[in-house]
Design a binder for this molecule. Structure first.
Ligand SMILES: *Cc1c(COP(=O)(O)O)cnc(C)c1O
Length: 424
């Protein structure tokens, strides 16, 4: 058979084995051609929070498709986009009162960065046109986003010559439950970077509490509160990239909620539609939005993706949120968290294993960080034999399950993760 013309992401096409063909799914499982059923430990890059084939989400898309599949937001409006904007303002931290839609997490972050830069231009500070990002950050794969990903460990160092240069602060290293004093060093490092660069910086960007694709690095709510204070002190906007952390992943609806902090701009995507369609939202406070009001045509926000506010995506996002709230997903996430803590964090043998550097758990996220990436060679096949689909990267074997994962399924996932180390 000739090779498929389909080009896969982050894959060496010369050596990648033919990927398994997925034909369907229900709950936390997907099904392969041939009938194999696999329990998805990472819910398709963390977005399928209701699992596969959820009847209410499927019906929402079908109903909307009968009414209106798409219309542009340029000069027009429609009910699903308006209702979703209102719902997002209701559930996000107080003060985020304006919503700009786009089609993916990366574009949502591009929108955030353009918004921050144009905001500074409109208030007469055009020299503040760089971003301040954190080491170990991941904000997406488009050019603007690559430039604010970790420049060394990130996956974009190949493109260094092509990208604009931005300042970076060290990645925070104090854990989630660290007392305030233990976070001081991280905060002082952020302060020092702001002192050196604030005159040229439009916004500080961060994945609050959980730097996800950069290695599931977790930090303390004290760091978020300090970031808010430092941004005010240095006249820099604060942007929270909650593309991965939003919609419950850290145990609260948003990571910002752990700290009681309102960023100036917040970006949502992955869980927004329950993973059923690609979409993103960039929310802004009145302070940001008001800077764009005026008679001058240059005051219009200069962005507008074709598919922004797509009615199918907005309608399924509304249904996703309704299910999330009606079925107490935060309660389900707390149950998953208790299992992850008991089975991984409290497992003395796992923590003492010579290959293991650290085990971390936050909300419905757990990672086993190993000393050497090579010690994870073969773990995916090992888990698949046990009916579990894991996709480790670098030195990180992790799970970010769908929230409808049952306790028994969650333990099957942790057993596969631990089993790999018990076997060697
Ligand atoms: C996945 C991710 C993005 C990019 O989202 P895409 O929809 O893949 O473009 C941006 N930021 C964070 C924190 C992410 O996890």
């Amino acid at each position: 058979m000739p090779a498929s013309p389909l080009w896969h992401p982050y894959a060496q096409m010369q050596t990648q084995p033919t990927p398994p063909m997925v034909t369907g799914g229900s709950g936390a499982h997907f099904t392969l051609a041939g009938g194999e059923r696999l329990l998805d430990a990472t819910c398709s890059w963390w977005c399928m929070i209701h699992g596969y084939g959820h009847p209410r989400l499927v019906a929402a898309i079908q109903q909307q498709a009968n009414t209106l599949c798409h219309v542009m937001l340029g000069g027009l409006t429609h009910e699903p986009a308006q209702r979703l904007a209102e719902a997002l303002v209701r559930i996000t931290p107080p003060g985020l009162d304006h919503v700009f839609f786009s089609d993916s997490g990366s574009v949502g972050m591009e929108v955030a960065m353009k918004m921050a830069v144009q905001y500074q231009v409109l208030r007469g500070r055009p020299e503040k046109h760089r971003m301040l990002s954190l080491m170990r950050a991941y904000h997406g794969d488009t050019s603007g986003c690559m430039a604010v990903c970790d420049p060394e460990e990130g996956m974009h160092s190949l493109f260094a010559g092509f990208l604009p240069r931005h300042p970076f602060a060290p990645a925070p290293s104090a854990p989630y439950d660290a007392p305030r004093e233990a976070v001081d060093a991280d905060i002082q490092a952020l302060r020092a970077t702001l002192e050196a660069h604030h005159h040229e910086v439009a916004a500080l960007l961060m994945e609050p509490l959980l730097q996800a694709a950069g290695g599931l690095n977790m930090t303390s709510p004290h760091y978020l509160r300090a970031a808010r204070e430092l941004c005010d002190e240095f006249d820099v906007l604060l942007v929270f990239d909650e593309v991965a952390t939003g919609f419950g992943r850290t145990g609260r609806m948003f990571a910002a909620d752990h700290a009681g902090v309102t960023p100036d701009i917040m970006v949502l995507s992955k869980g927004l539609t329950g993973g059923y369609l690609g979409h993103a939202a960039t929310l802004a406070t009145g302070r940001v939005y008001d800077a764009f009001l005026g008679d001058d045509p240059n005051h219009a926000f200069m962005h507008g993706p074709t598919f922004m506010g797509n009615p199918l995506a907005c309608r399924v996002a509304l249904e996703s949120l309704a299910v999330f709230e009606e079925e107490d997903y935060l309660g389900k996430i707390a149950e998953l968290n208790a299992i992850l803590r008991r089975e991984l964090l409290d497992d003395a043998a796992l923590n003492a294993h010579p290959a293991v550097n650290e085990v971390r758990v936050l909300g419905a996220t757990a990672v086993i960080e190993v000393e050497e990436a090579a010690s994870l060679d073969g773990v995916q096949a090992f888990a698949r034999e046990r009916g579990v689909w894991l996709r480790p990267f670098g030195r990180w074997l992790y799970t970010m399950p769908a929230y409808i994962t049952t306790p028994e399924e969650m333990r099957r996932i942790t057993a596969a993760m631990k089993g790999w180390f018990e076997a060697r």
